[in-house]
Design a binder for this molecule. Structure first.
Ligand code: SAM
Length: 254
């Protein structure tokens, strides 16, 4: 299995690439797959001057929840890229449903390639930090290539707390990385705990229902789907207890 597929599985909390063909079925009832379009919108509205000429790149856009909401609320152009064709189909349908199909373009592709081709955006959004584009330093370096001088980066990640939340940088570590990469933290929005718990419960219920359906249909793969429910639950527990979910608005310095 390729590294791209391994990271793809990991970005959706699957422990094995064997689960990839089943992810569109398991996640069919969800639109948002991680980032909060509301938090992103709030940060943009407060800190960025947006016009009809503003160009946004949404990397690993999933089913387009962020792209479609930004296009609808801000009236700007958004290009979303994701590796899963069924997610891109869903995003295109949502753009039509929200009346923003003329503002949104959704493409099936690998964002590791897109960061070498896409240029001159005002804002780049990434909702899969720490997995797909490498270390936080590598990720920031690759995202910087896609934006104009003084352009913006919106990433959704989590701050590790001291001694727990292994694999997540603490806020202090993030600040050092950003300084080294010559970008500036403009603002951050910490995830509201109550909202997070409610969303996790709701999404877990929807995923569990679909996993049970798959277990009945493919009893020989029951462990695969059971493991997915467990890894999803472990991720929810980690987000609720061990780390602090955050959306960061970062600006490239000249
Ligand atoms: C946690 S989801 C976030 C989706 C979306 N940003 C959202 O918040 O709703 C991570 C996404 O990364 C995508 N992904 C993982 N590896 C990728 C790659 N190499 N190229 C493009 N998309 C990728 C997955 O298909 C998945 O949709």
């Amino acid at each position: 299995m390729s590294k791209v597929e391994e990271k793809l599985a990991k970005s959706l909390t699957a422990e094995t690439t064997e689960l990839i063909p089943y992810l569109p079925y398991l996640l069919q009832d969800l639109w948002e797959l991680g980032s909060s379009p509301r938090d992103m919108l709030e940060l943009i509205r407060k800190h960025i001057h947006v016009s009809a000429e503003t160009k946004i790149l949404d990397l690993a856009c999933g089913k387009g929840a962020v792209s479609v909401n930004l296009a609808k609320e801000l009236g700007c152009m958004v290009r979303g890229i994701d590796l899963i064709p069924e997610f891109i189909d869903f995003a295109r349908k949502k753009a039509i449903e929200y009346g923003v199909e003329a503002l949104c373009e959704f493409i099936v592709g690998d964002i590791n390639e897109a960061v070498n081709a896409e240029r001159d955006y005002d804002l780049v959004v990434l909702g899969a930090v720490g997995v797909v584009l490498g270390t936080p330093e590598e990720t920031i370096r690759k995202l910087k290539q896609t934006i104009k001088p003084e352009g913006y980066i919106l990433i959704d990640d989590a701050y590790g707390k001291k001694g727990v939340g292994d694999g997540y940088c603490s806020r202090e570590e993030w600040l050092l990385i950003l300084e080294k990469m010559k970008v500036r933290l403009i603002a951050e929005k910490i995830v509201e705990e109550d909202e997070l718990i409610d969303l996790n419960r709701e999404q877990q219920g929807l995923i569990r229902k679909r996993a049970n359906e798959l277990m009945k249909k493919y009893p020989e793969k029951a462990n695969l789907f059971g493991d997915y429910i467990r890894s999803q639950q472990a991720e929810c527990d980690l987000l609720e207890n061990d780390v602090i979910g955050v959306t960061m608005l970062i600006q490239k310095m000249k």
